[in-house]
Design a binder for this molecule. Structure first.
Ligand SMILES: [Zn+2]
Length: 403
């Protein structure tokens, strides 16, 4: 065990300060590192040598003010992190490095009735394929972030019952994947990871209090309170899909009546439009038709927005977030859905809470969850630039080679 304040913990703290300064700036000379961190030139020189030997940084000759200097930057293959996101109908994997660059990313359809075993086997194969495609060394995997569409019990890591992926309830997703990949795996539900992704690299940058609303097969929220994800002991915080809007409304999958979900989730909304638009209509299709001016689709999207707005108003009264970010397919509808959400918030939230709130579409689209999974893996490794709003210099790059 290491005692706080001991020589080795001080040394490690200094290492982290140097890595953090380099990560934030992209590259720095040793003199600049000394100025930024307040460490002596001799200490910086020793630490840089150690980091270079360990493969964490690269040192290249440069000139600063006409004098020869050495430029220090994070090594592209210092370590890699992996994000894995399971949704109702998809599996998405991203490979990133410690400098916050996405090296590869791919998504494939997932059969909702597949067993959890089949799902984790698929994830293992996709991870292996992407690692091979990027040519990085498997031994460099530092950690994995994993997203699942259901509540994770914080103590046991067990996935609560999920109607989104039937048959997965009671499994321990992090253990399953760790057993297959042999590296540490950190798990959270998809709405929390969406919130984390948007907070670090998307529409939530610079904000400390945020709700990420995900409307897909269900309706959920990821909550960020004072810069941290709020989960609750059973991992069920943010279940706004089950706020009661109408006691005489349709029966919800949770057993109650008239939950927000029964007015907003795809499985309840699509049947309203299918008589006129055919049985193959998807939420993506509804959004596209609405943007093209289809009156029925526009009406349905506006109604969905108003109902979500009622839920958001409740959330505002309880938590007073400064930003609400709308994720999922629905966000593509832009003002067609955001306008009605704001209208309901204005009508139902207390005015002081509503005044401080901005409602924005997600900036990361369907990538929010998998990028949040990368952020989870990075922050579990001690990357402290992520949650203080300073991870601005390195937006994850799209990966045209792997789409
Ligand atoms: Zn319900």
């Amino acid at each position: 065990m290491e005692t706080p304040g001991s020589q080795s913990s001080l040394h490690r703290a200094n290492l982290e300060r140097v890595v953090r300064a380099v990560r934030l700036a992209g590259s720095l000379t040793q003199a600049e590192i000394a100025r930024t961190t307040g460490l002596s030139a001799a200490t910086v020189s020793n630490i840089v040598r150690e980091l270079k030997e360990g493969g964490t940084v690269e040192v290249t000759p440069t000139s600063a003010g006409g004098r020869r200097a050495r430029s220090v930057s994070l090594s592209g293959d210092a370590g890699i992190v992996i994000g894995v996101d399971f949704g109702h109908t998809h599996l998405r994997v991203a490979i990133g490095n410690l400098a916050h660059q996405v090296l590869a990313e791919e998504s494939e359809p997932l059969d909702v009735d597949a067993s959890s075993d089949q799902g984790f086997d698929r994830a293992e194969r996709l991870v292996s394929r992407l690692i091979a495609a990027t040519g990085v060394d498997r031994a460099k995997i530092a950690g994995v972030g994993l997203g699942v569409p259901g509540p994770i019990d914080v103590e046991s890591g067990t996935l609560g019952s999920t109607a989104i992926l039937p048959g997965w309830g009671g499994t321990r997703p992090a253990e399953e994947l760790r057993g297959r990949l042999g590296v540490p795996v950190h798990v959270d539900n998809d709405a929390n990871l969406g919130a984390l992704g948007e907070l670090v690299w998307g529409s939530g940058r610079g904000v400390r209090d945020l709700a990420y609303i995900k409307v897909a097969s269900g309706v959920g929220a990821g909550l960020v309170i004072n810069g941290k994800i709020y989960r609750g002991p059973g991992g069920t915080a943010g279940e706004i899909g089950h706020i009661t809007l109408d006691e005489a409304g349709p029966v919800c999958r949770c057993g109650n009546r008239g939950c927000l979900e029964t007015f907003a989730a795809a499985r309840y909304v699509l049947p309203l439009l299918q008589p006129g638009h055919g049985p193959d209509l998807t939420m993506e299709g509804v959004v596209r038709l609405a943007r093209d001016g289809d009156p029925g689709c526009r009406r349905v999207i506006a109604d969905v927005g108003r109902h979500i707005g009622s839920g958001v108003a409740n959330l505002c009264n309880l938590l007073n977030p400064s930003r609400v970010v709308l994720g999922g397919d629905l966000a593509e509808a832009g003002e067609l859905v955001l306008g009605p959400i704001r209208e309901s918030v204005g009508r139902y939230a207390i005015p002081s809470a509503a005044r401080q709130l901005s409602v924005l579409p997600g900036a990361l689209g369907g990538r929010a969850e998998v990028l949040g999974a990368l952020a989870l893996a990075l922050s579990e490794m001690g990357d402290s630039t992520l949650l203080d709003g300073s991870a601005t210099g390195a937006l994850p790059a799209a990966t045209p080679a792997f789409t």
